[in-house]
Design a protein. Structure first.
Length: 103
């Protein structure tokens, strides 16, 4: 969970995909994030769509997380096993602060 005082500094990065960019979605983002969301026009902060250098979650984090989760020799038998493995993988990535800063 994100601490309340940090939530007011978070910017939401919207992917801008046409199905995700309807009026209702934009109204929700405006209501929840105010001017703290990033996306294609007419977002408060414009950002190029599908720009690999501008979206570290898509172009680093998910691939690195998947490599750790599925790189283990231990079998995943239940949904809880998968959740536990994901939590372990996130903790592993979080410990490598130098890589996260570069990302």
């Amino acid at each position: 969970m994100v601490p309340r005082n940090a939530r007011n500094r978070i910017f939401f990065m919207h992917d801008g995909a046409p199905p995700h960019f309807g009026r209702q979605v934009r109204a929700f983002l405006q209501r929840v994030f105010g001017t703290r969301w990033i996306g294609r026009n007419p977002a408060p902060h414009l950002w190029p769509a599908r720009s690999p250098d501008l979206n570290p979650l898509d172009f680093y984090f998910w691939g690195a997380l998947k490599a750790i989760v599925y790189g283990s020799s231990r079998a995943l038998r239940t949904a809880q096993d998968l959740r536990d493995r994901i939590e372990e993988a996130v903790a592993t990535l979080a410990r490598n602060r130098a890589v996260l800063r570069r990302v």
